[in-house]
Design a protein around this ligand. Sequence first.
Ligand code: C2O
Ligand code: CU
Length: 455
Amino acid sequence: SAAEHTGHAPATGSAAGGGRPAAGLGVLFSQRLPIPQQLTPMRRGDGVDVYKIPIKAAQHAFLPGKPAPVRSFGGQFVGPTIRAKTGTPVEVTFTNQLDVPSNVHLHGGHNAQADDGHPMDLLDPGQSRTYHYPNRQQGATLWYHDHAHHLEAENVYRGLHGFYILDDEAERGLNLPSGQYDVPIMLRDIQLDANGAMVYPNFPPDRTTILVNGVVNPYFQVAARKYRFRLLNTSNERQFRLTLGGVQMTQIASDGGLLPAPVPRSEILLGSAERVDIVVDFSQVPLGSHLVLKDISGPLLRFDVTRLAVDSSRVPATLRPLPAPGTATVQREITMRFDETNFTGLVNEQVYDPNRVDITVKRGATEIWTVRNTDTVFGAPHSFHLHLEQFRVLDRNGGPPGPDDVGRKDTVFLGPGEWVRVQTTFTDYVGRYVYHCHFLDHSTLGMMAQMEIVP
Ligand code: C2O
Ligand code: CU
């Protein structure tokens, strides 16, 4: 609504400096938005960026002054950000200092099976492991997270998630907002107790507190210029419906990188594990304005436009053309459903078995998969994620793709009864990779399957 960007108190609360408690958990917009720490690589002589990240127990304050235990990458609840460049390989050595198994999957990454974080390829307590990421893929907002068999829901819920941002030359040449004006924002839900500690296990409907980069309802002081925000949803099973008080969000990228052209959005549906990069131009509103990023569940983050700044960045009318889709030679049907009678998740009516290969794919093949959420009885939504390759959504429910289906995708949201057709080319790697519902509570319960790509 117009009032939200005129400097008047928005309906949600505290623009005038006061603020009302959010569900008894603190005060709206009383703390600054934390920006996840960006790691500095050790550069090896052979041009590889090297990182070391412990997986360890840590303390994190979701609410001001209330530190509580979490599982973390590098001691931080939102793990440290890795910034990589297309063409420059990265090696990350993770050491599991937890007392439970873990492992690491680079979500959206195009990597060999040994580096993909297959659910059975674990780091037991005390073990170290070096993952090799060649970064032979275009710029994109990726993220890394735990993927240990039957533990991924709990491990990710407890904090094993971080950004991995890949930049490429061509994208840099576009002069999009960069540096301090390129800000990763991780959204997710959680259930907190009266002491500000996370509750787990729990029921998804009780995860009513929303974290923005790990804290509740922060504010972010911005300059009156363009910013790029990389929005990522790491909730186990929540989708966000985001608005910005009527101010335009210009979408420039989805999961797999830049769109062919910017798309103006007034509302964005962001399912579990999906990414949307937007540009917001705060010079459109008067200095002193407060803009609230809202979900249907309530306010998330307040932007305070506090200062002027020069801005030579731009959003060009053409970003990056999508590759011409190949000709598909194989069609498959995938169904996803939750079996409430015995609490299992099913893909094509089967519980995940890591020893079973569900699909054999020929390297180089282009395939069209019809993916259906067949949960019409209980009405559970799902979210389909494919490892290794990006896909394109050809259509949704027999009609054109939705506004959230654009560009290169690796995860797609499916409401109950919905179906999409997605097209993928399996370009080069061979081996076993999983595809699954990215509601991690569901994948943990078996809503996962395995393909083997063969020469
Ligand atoms: Cu983001 Cu198989 O995962
Ligand atoms: Cu699901």
